[in-house]
Design a protein around this ligand. Structure first.
Ligand code: ADP
Ligand code: ZN
Ligand code: ZN
Length: 813
């Protein structure tokens, strides 16, 4: 008899697997999803290993198979084990990352007749037992749920288990089916003959119904029904124009079922490889040679860092490297920081690999996601594009992984398993024999350090690809806001920015204003007693939002109406302080009444408009000024933008986080990269109270090398990553004092462990209240463990209930 080591979907399983026996009739593969008895329950599990001997003496048997084919590949199994060990997460949490969407669906229990009819005597059965038996035999298969509805839960379970014990019926388990709704799309066709339609069009023209006439003429030339959206785009008409010709009986609207394509290829024309610049060519050749030797199995996996400013042609290198991988019979995965913000990038991939690109995003229904997963697994796509979780796509023959904007923080997951997609990608490449390209204009200093040390190969694209000589990097001016105050200017806009904006708008050019805070006033204070309104559950200040006229907690989304009087002293002198994007929009409206404004932040996109709509509007020059949070900094190519104003560079600079300087440098460089993408040239104005700060100074000069030198020196001096690794341990509880005591107890425990094991290079910081001390009603205390391998120690000791561990944490939590 064979045995299987199974990762079980139970919180008590933690990082362990469990041994189960495989009954002789069952054929089980590694990576297969199975049902296993666990305590008194039946749970889902995934087979990670087959063995000849069980790890424990007493084993139960695997109860059944969930899917006939393995759901995880052998390298995915190794990856799941690595994630669980490295990030100290429950093993099944790591396994679950790679399961098909909707896998954790409801179990349906079936009762059916045995394959060979049992010979035993059934005369001793009770009437109810016989009743159930006859029903099952007659139907062949019924659900336990169905029996429960007829007999009541207890009776149904009792009787079926009696019949199962006697071998008269058998139990099996299946997953509820995912329902994939067919996608229907409205189509338009003429309801009359083409000649009549043309005749009607002439009459409509006479009556000045020009749009309706145009629509009819367009359709009269079509030989078959056309998608409504396409028709509306082509003749540029509104829904009411369509409704008018439909109501006249001239045109018919019909719903046509279409095969869902992950990308709408409508309007995307195929593109071909560009002739590379010398720098691009050198970069591609290094990657090509690595791909070639990897495919032959004669090289060890390599990681490339492709460092180049925005517009230096990184994406073109990704595209040609992917084409090379495909030529060698391999496929790729491309990670982007946020799928909704990169429609242009996706279009470029889709046009280079028509119908061979899968896009994974959360807007798809569960059924559609499942469908897509299955198609990827079947090998239907050369390239899979998605945000961080796309690294777990079942892409076969993986040869190349691209991580665009590798420095972005969205690659780190903030729930268990707290993995970083870049580190997972590098591990996966090592396991599958793939090449990794990390691309960025402002690489994470940890990544750049590894490239300097020779762990990664550094490829540089030092200049923008300029079709004409027109677009070098933009000029950056740093404005000292203290000087503005001295000169009596208390507005949000410095004199420089005001002038530049007025000039750009008057000249028919476009402007981006960047401010990394949402909302109106960012805190509300009583002028009489100084009381500041805070969220009762999180203790952070509440932000005013104009649209709904409420105060909102940006941590937990708690909302309250804006008080007319101070809750503490009853004074009416309530003051609104601090600025967010809503307030900025309002102020810009007063200062530049002639400019058409458009705001782009999470509040807008959550509501009526999508990212695409806002971008399309701005690109069509329906607005002069785009006001937004870091979304405006993403990889957009907007040729009419000649001016970018950073309203306050200080928002992130003063946070108590060793990465504050790096974060500011990255954001400023990215925002600055938005200006001057066209032939009109560009200018950037950064407003700040700390103009001498190295992050601002170096960003203004587009000088990554100087920034890196300063930053890495600080990191070395303070023993921060990449010179150490961190683990952040957080304990939360409704009682602050208890929380602190537990943190101190944990510290003593860790110190004891460190001393008794004699680990010299591990140190502890804290305990201290977390940056957000109170979150959703719970207080939080933290300990930071710093050293060469903190997870090695933590994995050895039992971590008490209530502790949350984050390995390689990012940012303040
Ligand atoms: P990045 O990804 O570094 O921002 P892109 O690959 O998007 O840079 O290139 C910037 C612009 O230059 C794009 O419009 C792209 O089509 C164009 N481009 C890139 N490489 C070349 C090339 N070798 N020849 C001509 N144009 C190029
Ligand atoms: Zn007050
Ligand atoms: Zn809150």
């Amino acid at each position: 008899m064979g045995y299987a080591e199974v990762s079980v979907n139970s919180p008590v399983a933690q990082r362990r697997t469990f041994s189960y026996a495989i009954s002789p009739g069952l054929s089980i593969d590694v990576g297969q999803a199975v049902w296993v008895p666990f305590g008194d329950k039946l749970l889902q599990g995934v087979v990670l290993q087959l063995t000849d001997y069980p790890a424990v003496e007493e084993t139960k048997e695997i109860a059944g198979v969930i899917e006939p084919h393995p759901v995880l590949s052998p390298s995915q199994i190794l990856l799941a084990r690595w994630i669980s060990e490295h990030y100290l997460s429950p093993l099944f949490d790591a396994v679950a990352l790679m399961l098909p969407p909707g896998f954790e669906r409801k179990v349906v229990t079936f009762i059916s007749a045995p394959l060979t009819p049992p010979k035993q005597d059934t005369s001793s059965l009770t009437q109810k037992q016989r009743h159930v038996l006859e029903l099952v035999w007659r139907r062949g298969k019924v659900t336990l749920k169905g029996l429960e509805r007829v007999l009541g839960t207890r009776q149904a379970r009792l009787i079926t288990s009696q019949l199962v014990n006697q071998g008269l019926v058998v139990k099996s388990y299946e997953l509820e089916r995912v329902k994939v709704k067919p996608k229907k799309v409205p189509y338009l066709r003429l309801a009359v003959k083409a000649s009549q339609a043309r005749h009607e069009a002439t009459r409509l023209r006479e009556r000045r119904a020009i749009k309706q006439a145009g629509l009819l003429e367009f359709l009269s030339k079509a030989s078959q029904p056309l998608p409504l959206a396409e028709v509306r785009k082509s003749v540029n008409c509104s829904a009411s124009v369509v409704a008018a010709v439909v109501s006249k009986g001239l045109v018919e609207l019909q719903q046509v079922e279409v095969r869902r394509e992950p990308i709408s290829y409508q309007g995307i024309t195929p593109s071909y490889p560009l002739t590379l610049t010398a720098a691009q060519k050198a970069a591609l050749e290094s990657i090509q040679s690595s791909l070639f030797w990897m495919a032959k199995g004669e090289a060890s996996p390599s990681v490339f860092l492709l460092h180049g400013v925005t517009g230096s042609g990184k994406t073109e290198v990704y595209l040609q490297a992917l084409a090379e991988a495909v030529k060698l019979g391999k496929r790729g995965i491309v990670l982007v920081p946020e799928i909704a913000l990169t429609p242009q990038t996706i279009e470029r991939f889709a046009s280079r690999f028509p119908h061979k690109v899968a896009v994974l995003h959360s807007k798809l229904s569960l059924g559609e996601q499942f469908d897509e997963w299955q198609r990827i697994k079947n090998g239907e796509f050369d390239v899979v594009i998605g945000s961080r979780s796309a690294i777990f796509a079942p892409q076969p023959d993986l040869g190349l992984i691209v991580i665009d904007e590798e420095h972005e923080w969205t690659y780190k997951q903030d729930t268990s398993p707290r993995y970083h997609a870049r580190d997972v990608a590098i591990k996966l490449a090592e396991l599958t024999g793939a090449v990794v390209i990390l691309g960025s204009a402002t690489p994470d200093v940890e990544t750049f350090y590894r490239a300097q040390m020779g762990n990664y190969q550094l490829l540089e694209l030092p200049e923008r690809v300029t079709p004409s000589e027109g677009s070098p990097l933009p000029q950056v001016e740093v404005v000292d806001l203290r000087e503005e105050l001295k000169a009596g200017n208390r507005s949000l806009f410095s004199r420089s920015l005001t002038q530049a904006m007025a000039k750009a708008v008057a000249g028919g050019e476009q402007v981006i204003l960047f401010l990394n805070r949402r909302g109106g006033a960012t805190f509300v204070q009583c002028r009489n007693c100084g009381f500041v309104l805070r969220c009762k559950r999180c203790e952070v200040t509440l932000t005013q939002h104009f649209a709904e006229d409420v105060l909102v907690c940006h941590q937990c989304n708690y909302r309250m109406s804006i008080p007319q009087i101070c809750p503490r002293c009853l004074s009416r002198r309530i003051k609104f302080l601090g600025i967010g994007t809503e307030k900025l929009e309002q102020e810009a409206g007063y200062t530049f009444p002639q400019a058409r404004l458009l705001r782009w932040d999470r509040d807008v996109t959550r509501g009526r408009y999508s990212h695409e709509e806002i971008l399309a509007k701005f690109r069509a020059h329906d607005a002069d000024v785009l006001i937004g949070t870091q979304m405006v900094a993403k990889g957009l190519d907007l040729p009419l933008v000649t001016l970018v104003g950073v309203v306050s560079a200080d928002t992130g600079l003063n946070l108590p986080d060793f990465r504050a300087g790096e974060r500011t440098f990255q954001l400023l460089s990215q925002v600055a990269g938005r200006a001057g993408r066209g032939t009109l040239g560009g200018q950037v104005i950064i407003q700040t109270y700390s103009p001498e700060h190295y992050a601002i100074q170096t960003a203004a000069k587009h000088d990554y090398a100087s920034f890196y030198d300063r930053e890495i020196a600080y990191r070395r001096q303070l023993r921060n990553p990449p010179f150490t690794r961190l683990a952040c341990l957080t304990y939360s509880h409704a009682n602050d004092a208890l929380c602190q005591r537990e943190a101190e107890r944990m510290k003593r425990l860790l110190v004891e462990e460190i001393n008794s094991r004699g680990i010299a290079d591990l140190s502890l910081v804290g305990p201290a209240p977390a940056f957000i001390h109170k979150l959703r009603g719970r207080f939080r205390w933290q300990l930071i463990l710093r050293g060469s391998e903190p997870s090695a120690l933590l994995s050895q000791i039992p971590i008490p209930q209530g502790w949350m561990i984050d390995i390689d944490p990012l940012g303040l939590v």
